[in-house]
Design a protein around this ligand. Structure first.
Ligand SMILES: [Zn+2]
Length: 347
């Protein structure tokens, strides 16, 4: 692989009410000179406020910036507030974390990931998905120096987000199949340990579907732990390969087609059913697992028109042509796309 640097967080906390210890953790990591809290409008109340209280009780100075989208404008606004002494705390959902991650990386300062939801694996991985008009794939950024995941707060976030996080992890099953295929057919660099960790993360969900329920702290902990180990697989591989194959290409294609895409994890879940069928794997089991965690298994459930599914299937292979998957170099025909979407019940 071109970049074999493996970057991991130094400290990871996945605990209820851990957010109250933010000040102490920042002190122990010597990140207490100047803190910049990056947060969102909603997450300010539930996440940033307790963080501020904890920082104040430890006499740590801070600034706060609220961002409302994962865009290059948000990143520039955050970068303007970063000095060489700053440590960035990203307190919020996926968008906030991505902005905090990329802006701190661009400025060469440390970043602490403090997710308030567990909706996808970007929370701990070194990659950031920032909407670029041309692509909508991941930018290389940096791993957080620490992850502070308050499972009590995550459990109180919308269950739809947690279910989407589960679906994003279940997607690892087809991502690994695609990766193995690319390794065999195109000699793509492959890491056994990253693949094993990725599969283990997905199994943590599918083996525990009965324990993933709304409002339960223990459920949030299972999903968060799995997202963490999935993120580690990405760090080891040095690419999103262990967590992103044809099912993610399908989701990225939907992002381009739809004015209002559904959640990333939800779209990837649908993609996993479809791509597992193409791989000749047990797509029915994928569907059952998704249903069990209340993630969508049909396009209509999340307001995606049937023709958008077909269009996305046809164009998915063009999204990242260098990433070989079951869709091959030429993709899938319209007739086959219909057949696939019908047979799997996605449309
Ligand atoms: Zn994903």
């Amino acid at each position: 692989m071109s970049n074999r640097k493996i970057q991991m967080p130094r400290e990871v906390y996945i605990d209820p009410n851990i957010i109250k210890d933010t000040g102490e953790i920042c002190k122990s990591l010597r990140l207490d000179k100047k803190i910049l809290i990056v947060t969102g409008n909603h997450t300010y109340k539930i996440g940033a406020k307790p963080v501020i209280e904890s920082l104040e009780s430890h006499d740590i100075g801070y600034d706060v910036i609220k961002v409302d989208s994962a865009s290059y404008e948000s990143i520039s606004a955050v970068e303007e507030l970063i000095t060489p002494d700053t440590s960035v705390l990203g307190v919020g959902g996926g968008k906030v974390i991505d902005v905090a991650k990329l802006s701190s990386h661009n400025k060469g300062v440390y970043f602490v990931s403090m997710p308030t939801t567990a909706s996808h694996d970007g929370i701990v991985s070194p990659l950031a998905s920032i909407k670029d008009p041309k692509t909508s794939t991941s930018a290389k950024a940096q791993s957080p120096i620490a992850v502070i995941a308050d499972t009590e707060i995550i459990a109180q976030s919308s269950f739809r987000l947690l279910a989407a996080g589960c679906a994003d992890l279940i997607a690892n099953f087809t991502a690994i199949k695609d990766w193995e295929l690319a390794h065999r057919l195109k000699n793509a660099p492959f890491s056994e340990s990253a693949a094993a960790l990725s599969i283990m993360s997905a199994h943590l969900i599918t083996d525990n579907v009965a324990n993933i329920k709304p409002g339960l702290e223990a459920s949030a902990r299972i999903v968060m732990k799995s997202l963490f180990s999935g993120g580690m697989a990405i760090s080891i591989a040095g690419s999103s390969r262990p967590a992103s194959g044809s099912e993610h290409l399908f989701s990225h294609a939907l992002d381009k087609i739809l004015d209002k895409p559904a959640l990333h994890g939800e779209q990837c879940g649908l993609g996993t059913i479809l791509m597992m069928y193409l791989h000749g794997g047990d797509w029915k089991a994928i569907k059952e697992s998704l249903k069990a965690v209340q993630a969508p298994t049909t396009a209509s459930e999340i307001g995606i028109p049937d023709d958008a599914v077909i269009e996305a299937l046809i164009m998915a292979h063009k999204i990242r042509p260098e990433r070989y998957t079951i869709l091959g170099d030429n993709g899938i025909s319209k007739e086959a796309a219909y057949e696939l979407a019908f047979k799997t019940g996605v449309i």
